[in-house]
Design a protein around this ligand. Structure first.
Ligand SMILES: CC(C)(COP(=O)(O)OP(=O)(O)OC[C@H]1O[C@@H](n2cnc3c(N)ncnc32)[C@H](O)[C@@H]1OP(=O)(O)O)[C@@H](O)C(=O)NCCC(=O)NCCS
Length: 410
C-alpha cells in the first residue's frame, strides 16, 4: 500500500475541537453528540489528517474519521473487521485528495492491525469504490400500522417482561444467536450498544420475550411520539418471540399510526405480518472492503455440506498482496487459501491446470460475493465477474447463505 504523506495518525487532544467542527460541517452533528460518541467508543477512535508542507498551512487538521475494531459475522463465524464512520474533510479543502488520503491511511493501519475487512455506510460512492469497497449488504427501515402486525391475542405460552436497559450483557447473549445464524451483523462494543438502545441519545425501554425455557428475544422501544413508535432494537429468536413482539407492538394501535424498525430483507415481523400495510421506508447499502484476502476468506464460515476448489483471479489496485491468483479450497465449512505463483510474463497463473474453475474479479466485486450480497450470476451479468459455468455454479454454492444485513448505522 502507498504510504500517506501529510500527517495521518491518531487525533491529538488539542485537535478535538477542530475535528468536532469538521464533523459538524460534514454531518450536522452537534458538539455534545460528537463528544458523547468519542467517550463511548474510547479515546483511540478518532484519526486525523494534517495538511502537508506544500500547502502553506502545514500541520493543520484537514480531515478526520472514526475507526474501531470489531468482529463482523459471516457464515456463522466472526471475521476481524474495522468500522469506519464520520469521514469528514474541511469544506474549504474538498476535492484535493484529502478524503482519499485519509481513507488510505486508515485502511493501511487497519490491515496492519489484523483487520481482514473494513465496513462503512457511504454518503457518496466514488471515493470509496475507487478505494476497493464493494456493496456488502443492506439495512432496511421497515414500518407498518401496528394493527397490521397482529390479528390475535398474544401466545398463551409466552411472556413479555421489562428488562434493565442499562445492562446490555443479557441482550448481547441473546443477540449472539442472531450473529451466528445470519450474515453481516457486527459484534457491538459499548458505543454501538448505546447507539442501538439510545437512538438520538434518548434511552429506550427494553422488554425480554420468552417462554417456559427462558428468554427467546428482546425488543427495545422509544416512548411513542407524534403518533409514531420507533423500535430501537429487536432480536427475535423463535416463532413464539415473533408472535409476542407482534402482539406487543399491536398493543400500541390506539396510540400510534405507524411502528418503525430496522431489519433485513427477510425480516421476521414482515414475513409473519397477517395484514397489508408493511412497507420499506428506506434501504441503505453498506460497503465492504476486503483488506486481507486470505485472512478474510479463511476466517468466515461456509455451508458445511459444500466442498471443492475455486481459483480466484483478483485485481486490487491499492493492496498488491490481494492481487493475483488464489486457490480457495472448501471442506467441512472451512476454507484454506493458497496464493498461486505468477507466470513468466508476471501475469497471474491459475496453477497450470486446465480443468480449474477460475473466477476473475476486482477486490470490490469479491466483497459483494464474499458477503453473499450478490451472487456470481448477478455479478457476471453486469460484467463485474468473469468465469465459466462450473466456476460460477461452484461460487454460488460456496457463498450461499442468508442475505447480509445489519441494523446498526454508524
Ligand atoms: C466525501 C468527502 C469525504 C470526500 O473528501 P475529498 O477530500 O473531497 O475527496 P477527494 O478529493 O479525495 O476525492 C475523491 C473523490 O470523492 C468525490 N468527491 C470530491 N469532492 C466531493 C464532494 N464535495 N462531495 C462528494 N464527493 C466528492 C469525487 O468523486 C472525487 O473523485 P474525483 O477527484 O475524481 O472527482 C468530503 O467531500 C466530505 O467531507 N463530505 C462531507 C461528509 C461526507 O459526506 N462524508 C462521507 C461519509 S461516508
Amino acid at each position: 500500500m502507498t504510504a500517506v504523506t501529510g500527517g495521518f495518525g491518531l487525533l491529538l487532544p488539542e485537535e478535538r475541537a477542530d475535528a468536532a467542527a469538521l464533523v459538524r460541517q460534514g454531518f450536522g452533528i452537534p458538539r455534545e453528540y460528537f463528544d458523547r460518541s468519542v467517550e463511548l467508543f474510547g479515546p483511540d477512535v478518532m484519526r486525523g489528517l494534517r495538511a502537508g508542507p506544500e500547502t502553506g498551512h502545514a500541520g493543520r487538521l484537514v480531515a478526520c474519521a472514526a475507526v474501531w475494531p470489531m468482529d463482523q459475522w459471516f457464515g456463522g463465524r466472526p471475521v476481524p473487521s474495522c468500522g469506519v464512520a464520520a469521514v469528514a474533510v474541511d469544506p474549504a479543502e474538498r476535492g484535493r485528495g484529502y478524503g482519499t488520503a485519509l481513507m488510505r491511511g486508515l485502511l493501511e493501519e487497519a490491515r496492519a492491525g489484523g483487520a481482514a475487512l473494513s465496513v462503512l455506510y457511504p454518503a457518496t460512492l466514488p471515493v470509496y469504490t475507487r478505494l476497493g469497497f464493494g456493496r456488502g449488504g443492506v439495512s432496511f427501515d421497515w414500518s407498518a400500522p401496528p394493527a397490521a402486525l397482529s390479528d390475535g391475542p398474544p401466545p398463551a405460552d409466552g411472556w413479555v417482561r421489562r428488562a434493565d436497559a442499562s445492562d446490555a450483557s443479557p441482550l448481547a447473549a441473546l443477540r449472539r444467536t442472531l450473529l451466528t445464524t445470519t450474515n453481516g451483523l457486527v459484534e457491538r462494543n459499548e458505543g454501538l450498544w448505546s447507539f442501538a438502545l439510545c437512538p438520538d441519545g434518548a434511552p429506550s425501554d427494553v422488554y425480554t420475550l420468552g417462554g417456559a425455557g427462558g428468554p427467546e428475544g428482546y425488543i427495545a422501544v422509544v416512548p411513542p411520539a407524534d403518533r409514531k413508535l420507533t423500535v430501537a432494537d429487536l432480536c427475535l429468536l423463535s416463532p413464539r418471540a415473533v408472535r409476542l413482539a407482534q402482539s406487543f407492538l399491536a398493543g400500541y394501535r390506539a396510540q400510534v399510526d405507524r411502528v418503525s424498525w430496522r431489519g433485513g430483507p427477510d425480516d421476521a415481523l414482515v414475513l409473519l405480518a397477517p395484514e397489508r400495510g408493511v412497507r420499506v421506508d428506506a434501504c441503505d447499502d453498506w460497503l465492504l472492503r476486503i483488506l486481507d484476502l486470505p485472512r478474510a476468506l479463511e476466517s468466515r464460515g461456509y455451508p458445511p455440506g459444500v466442498s471443492g476448489e475455486l481459483v480466484l483471479d483478483v485485481s486490487d489496485a491499492l493492496i498488491p498482496e490481494n492481487s493475483g491468483c488464489f486457490r480457495l479450497r472448501l471442506c467441512g465449512g472451512t476454507a484454506s487459501v493458497r496464493s498461486l505463483p505468477r507466470g513468466p510474463d508476471s501475469a497471474p497463473k491459475a496453477g497450470g491446470r486446465t480443468d480449474e474453475a477460475v473466477l476473475s474479479l476486482s477486490i470490490a466485486a469479491l466483497a459483494s460475493l464474499y458477503s453473499g450480497h450478490k451472487g456470481p450470476h448477478a455479478l457476471r451479468q453486469v460484467g463485474l465477474l468473469r468465469g465459466g459455468e462450473d466456476a460460477v455454479a461452484l461460487a454460488a454454492l460456496f457463498f450461499s447463505g442468508p442475505t447480509p444485513w445489519m441494523p446498526d448505522r454508524f
